[in-house]
Design a protein. Structure first.
Length: 258
């Protein structure tokens, strides 16, 4: 996720000479990014203006020990943006006691193509200048929304943070259904993928209409779509399944806060 965000920022014109990536075990994507864009990798740096924490939340303590102690990487002038699921501002502040401001951000994978959406939360100490900096960075990857209660970041994680995986799985299920009903598997995969792509683009370009309105516009009474939706909208249909999935994701985010 961190690499996807950095690519988006560089594509938007961020000067790579001002970027330092700290990763004791960089993967091939990070090595390629550093080589292609001229980004410094594991170079010593003074406390930066912005420090983005983009690691797995369960590895935060390990990173604190292996990557030039995190406490030394954030000074009073540093805005810390954490995309660590579950890790609260209190968790981060305990490890970065000198940071000027801390913002929790929950982006999603579509940030890599400039179509992401990010949930944001910050404590009361966030200045207007640092808020603008956070919005400029996250806005370069797509849309963003501020929430007023930190607990809601875990809900953002469950809905939009993990959401792309749910949509990808929907495409998988559509393809499997098509194959089960007789389509050649490769044809079913192409149809399912193009359907999800097209519906997403239509939703994107129809900002004046809700998802429910779009659904209703393609549903003729007594038609094939209505028959399918009757199954999907049954009491044991898709809505309760999505709710259970979101509750599981939120619970996992809450568990990671320790």
């Amino acid at each position: 996720m961190g690499g996807a965000m950095l690519r988006a920022w560089l594509d938007q014109g961020l000067d790579p000479r001002g970027v330092h990536v700290l990763d004791p075990y960089p993967n091939r994507d990070i090595l390629t990014l550093a080589s292609e864009k001229g980004v410094a990798l594991n170079a010593p740096a003074e406390p930066p203006e912005v420090l983005v924490l983009a690691i797995k939340p369960q590895t935060l303590d390990e990173a604190s020990a292996e990557t030039a102690p995190l406490a030394a990487l954030a000074g009073p002038q540093t805005l810390v943006i954490s995309i660590l699921a579950g890790k609260t501002i209190a968790n981060i502040a305990a490890r970065l006691p000198h940071a000027g401001s801390i913002v929790r951000a929950m982006p999603n994978l579509a940030a890599a193509v400039g179509r992401g959406v990010t949930g944001l939360f910050a404590g009361a100490e966030l200045t207007a200048e640092r808020q603008a900096a956070a919005e400029a960075l996250m806005g370069a990857t797509g849309a963003f929304e501020w929430v007023e209660d930190e607990r809601l970041i875990d809900v953002v994680t469950a809905i939009s943070g993990s959401g792309p995986a749910y949509v990808f799985y929907l495409a998988e299920c559509l393809a499997e259904a098509g194959a089960a009903l007789g389509l050649p598997p490769d044809v079913a995969r192409r149809l399912a993928r193009a359907t999800v792509e097209g519906a997403g683009e239509l939703l994107f370009k129809s900002r004046d209409r809700t998802a429910a309105e779009l659904r209703e516009s393609v549903t003729s009474r007594g038609g094939t779509t209505a028959a399918a939706l009757e199954a999907l909208m049954a009491p044991d249909g898709l809505a309760p399944i999505i709710l259970r999935a979101a509750e599981a994701a939120r619970a996992r985010a809450e568990a990671l806060s320790g």
